[in-house]
Design a protein around this ligand. Structure first.
Ligand code: ATP
Ligand code: MG
Length: 218
């Protein structure tokens, strides 16, 4: 096999539970280049596949750019917040949706002879791996869901967050008293009701790291 290939994945879960991080780690372990497209950012369809040559602003998409720059036919494409993608309209009034642009790329048969709108040449895009993320299934187009493996990820438990604080704090070389102060926060009742995420725990560790580096004032 010229590369690793798996069915397109959609990771559905609360913000800050590590979906994007996991996708980047996966690319790292597969030793493939990665590109990230935010479905809510710049017209996502154009970012993904590019635009037709001939327009003054025409450009190839991020996927094609990654393939050419990295000289690798099987990058991992991370598409964030797919459930929030909006439709965009060209100045001529034609409708472009991210799903319309994505479907031919997700299907192996059509992806194998995909025509790039910019270069106007057929490319084999069937070795690309896709990891999409969404905060909920609401808004996820059905045709997209039916072509992907949709994984519903549970929220993290307090114990898992505490474990993360502990291992991440050690990895960063946080002094023991600083780490103990962070772990203390997990003991209180208040924390049980707060919706903590890895992002917040990371920020707590940043703060502890900063405080630990401050000179002691007597
Ligand atoms: N296994 C991990 N080790 C170290 N840091 C991690 C790990 N998983 C996540 N993080 C950190 O936690 C934070 C949140 O992770 P991430 O951005 O992947 O969440 P997300 O699920 O994609 O959130 P959103 O839905 O808002 O995009 C990031 O700062 C990330 O670096
Ligand atoms: Mg994310």
């Amino acid at each position: 096999m010229p590369g690793a290939r798996f069915a397109p994945l959609i990771l559905v879960g609360s913000p800050g539970i590590g979906k994007s991080y996991w996708a980047r780690r996966l690319a790292h372990h597969l030793s493939v280049p990665t590109t990230k497209i935010d479905a809510t950012g710049e017209p996502a369809t154009f970012a993904l596949v590019g635009s037709q040559r001939g327009w003054s602003s025409a450009h190839p998409g991020k996927v094609m750019k990654t393939i050419l720059q990295e000289r690798h036919g099987g990058p991992l494409v991370i598409l964030d917040e797919v459930e929030k993608a909006r439709e965009t309209y060209s100045t001529r009034g034609s409708r472009h949706t991210l799903t319309d642009a994505l479907l031919p790329l997700l299907e192996r048969m059509t992806a194998a002879s995909w025509e790039c709108p910019f270069f106007q040449i057929k490319f084999d895009m069937s070795w690309i791996n896709w990891v999409m993320t969404a905060n909920s299934r609401q808004g996820l187009p059905e045709p997209l869901q039916s072509r992907c493996i949709v994984l519903d990820l549970p929220d993290l438990t307090l114990e898992q967050l505490r474990g993360f604080a502990c291992s991440e704090g050690r990895r960063r070389g946080l002094p023991e008293p600083a780490l103990a102060a962070v772990l203390d926060i997990f003991e209180g009742d208040a924390v049980a009701n707060a919706r903590l995420s890895l992002r917040m725990v990371s920020r707590m560790l940043d703060r502890a790291e900063m405080l630990a580096q401050l000179p002691m004032l007597n």
